[in-house]
Write a protein that binds this ligand. Structure first.
Ligand code: C5P
Length: 337
């Protein structure tokens, strides 16, 4: 029987540093403007691939998340390449669920990046992005990492220069927010469609905030202006979130916001002392939220982590590193023919 190949993959979480929701399109998705940033909180996926004619797909997930995106990602890849083999995965969750940190999407993207390298499938980035978009709006971002502007339904992404490797405190209250429900509430509360003039005004203000964010976080400046449209619908339903935001701000967070459709919030700080102070302040709240100190993960750090964790399975003949990581087994298979 063919040898099993395994890897331990880190699936990093994201924050939305800014999030503007525009109109709902004919496809049922809302048009967005957002800034995504990967952070150092991660799930771990142990993944093993054994070549073979029979396909078996298993996921050991202690959280027993129904219809797990990681399994669906593996299945879509097998369908895409018309491949077979045994795929065994074990998921260790650290990214809070229902937090707006893209945990499920990060896991799915980790499978999309890692499994082809173990299995010897050469799949171009644009095909992976297409498969990712079918799994969920946040998945394509995790195929790229770092800081990026997202437009459309969130799957069209453009790279931003690395922001300062800031210290972040992520605070997750014991509240689970469902993304579809948050969008529905948003559509109700904002009374339907924006006029074209409002839409243009929102895009203009997003654009100027992104320029300000780059200048401010690159130079560790202060007064960073960012927004999250979901706060307007999620805060009134869960008053603790406002208290967390105030605590982060009082401890010197700049900026401090909710991420995605919540319920996690984050504060960006310049000193470790401020992080500790914010953590202590948030931990006095009842019910006590979880606090996760983290850092931004730049695109170069993100890629380095991926190359490291797949190193023994990667194609080392190429000059420099390739993105997405490429398999050495694909080459061998060609030579063996
Ligand atoms: O793509 P994803 O599975 O994350 O989306 C979950 C739900 O969130 C969608 O079914 C849709 O109701 C809503 N959504 C949206 N507009 C987006 C992204 C998500 O309305 N851009």
């Amino acid at each position: 029987m063919a040898a099993t190949r395994h890897a331990r993959l880190k699936a990093f979480a994201k924050l939305n540093l800014d999030l503007k929701v525009l109109n709902r399109g004919a496809d049922g998705f809302h048009e967005l403007r957002s800034v995504f940033q990967t952070v150092s909180v991660f799930d771990t996926i142990d993944i093993a691939f054994t070549p073979g004619r029979k396909t078996e797909l298993t996921l050991d997930d202690p959280g027993a998340i129904p219809d797990n995106l990681a399994t669906r990602a593996a299945q879509l890849l097998l369908d895409h390449v018309g491949g077979t083999g045994r795929v065994e995965m074990r998921l260790t969750k650290r990214i809070p669920v229902g937090a707006g940190m893209g945990g499920g999407s990060a896991d799915a993207a980790a499978v999309l990046l890692g499994l082809p390298v173990l299995a010897g499938w050469r799949i171009p980035l644009e095909a992976l992005i297409d498969i990712g978009g079918r799994l969920g709006s946040d998945v394509p971002f995790f195929l790229l990492g770092g800081a990026a502007v997202a437009i459309g339904r969130g799957t069209e992404l453009y790279p931003l220069p690395d922001l300062l490797a800031a210290r972040v405190l992520i605070v997750k209250p014991k509240v689970h927010v469902s993304t579809p429900e948050a969008y529905r509430a948003f559509a109700r509360d904002s009374h339907g469609k924006l006029t074209e003039a409002q839409r243009i005004q929102y895009i203009d203000s997003f654009q100027s905030r992104v320029w300000g964010l780059g200048d401010s976080l690159s130079a560790s400046g202060t007064g960073t202006q960012v927004e999250n449209d979901f706060e307007g619908v999620v805060f009134p339903r869960h008053p603790q979130l406002k208290s967390i935001l105030k605590n982060l701000q009082k401890s010197g967070a700049d900026p401090a916001r909710m991420t995605g459709s919540g319920s996690a919030l984050f504060g960006v700080f310049t000193t470790q002392n401020q992080v500790r102070q914010a953590q202590a302040a948030c931990e006095t709240l009842r019910p006590k939220p979880a606090t996760l100190p983290a850092t931004f993960v730049s695109r170069s750090r993100y890629r380095a982590a991926w190359w490291r964790q797949l190193q023994e399975h990667m194609d080392g003949n190429k000059d420099g590193k390739q993105w997405p990581p490429q398999s050495r087994y694909a080459l061998r298979r060609r030579n063996e023919r």
